[in-house]
Design a binder for this molecule. Sequence first.
Ligand code: EPU
Length: 337
Amino acid sequence: MNIQENISLKAYNTFGIAKNARFFVSIKSVDELKEALEWAKIQNINPLILGGGSNILLTQNQETLVIKIEIQGIKVVQENDGFYFVEVGAGVNWHQFVLTSIENNWAGIENLSLIPGTVGASPMQNIGAYGIEIKDVFSSLKALNRDTLTLQEFNAGQCKFGYRESIFKHELKDKYVICSVVFRLSKEPKFHTEYGAIKETLEASGIKELSLKAISDAVIHIRQSKLPDPKEIGNSGSFFKNPTISKEHFSVLQNENPSIPGFPNAEGIKVPAAWLIEQCGWKGQRFGEIGVHAKQPLVLVNYGEGDGNEIKNLATRIQQSVLERFGITIHPEVNFL
Ligand code: EPU
């Protein structure tokens, strides 16, 4: 185990924020993870677990041990008539896993192409896009208990998945480190093209026969057309979650704003935060090194030298303006550290 000191985290968070870690270690196995956690216990510090760094906003130096999870491996561990059960190391890049699944004809995650981050982080917030969430293909995960240093298995029910939510963001926050995830991927694909612009994109590219690769390519095309590439402009994808409001509240807003989009769900009506933010005039606004993306206002960006606190303040101003104009509180999807 090679513990380094005073390491810049700029390359380890997709926002590209230049804050330091007092101590830093990459771990490639559960045994190395145990060793790192034991070391932190002796130093009496509470380590920070880092996956792909694609859902965090660094607002300060991390005066602790940052443990970067790099556990690799993609393996079919079980198979039945309909499904492959594929166990994937927490450190595997999510999109690399999607590409491997397409090459092997394992169906179910093609709509989740090009989401930044790692496999280990995917159940934390039940990542989702284009009509699919990982809970739809999730079988189980193995996580290390940070106190007892024992591996425990969680099934889907135990993870308490919700919209961008799981038990690991709430009751079990900072209690476990996800080490591997088993996905249930289909032998027979069920294509989901009904969401957003997938159908139109497939038609425009002249695709006659649907395939996992065709769907993945369409999703990649759509994402690239509106979401900034973190390698070019720092960002963390959607900064806020889409809020759900009551039907009554929605009708009042609809009277004043006939064009307001709304999607009914079990709790009420989901309203796109992107629309609310755009209406408040933020879309494409730049403030020095930070700003609101011009093609998708749900995404806040760092043009290079931006500071995490500036982004945090901008987020607060956006929240206030949406609350004042529409009476809706929008909550960040990104974790502030
Ligand atoms: N909209 C605007 N202005 C814009 C863009 C969008 O008003 O400039 C409105 C439109 O009404 C549009 C609606 O927002 O129909 C929805 O937009 P979009 O399809 O781009 O999706 P989203 O709700 O903004 C969510 C996820 C994304 C995911 C897309 C596609 C959340 C917080 N975000 O965004 O996830 O890629 O759907 O499924 O649920 C992420 O979590 O990091 C992420 C990128």
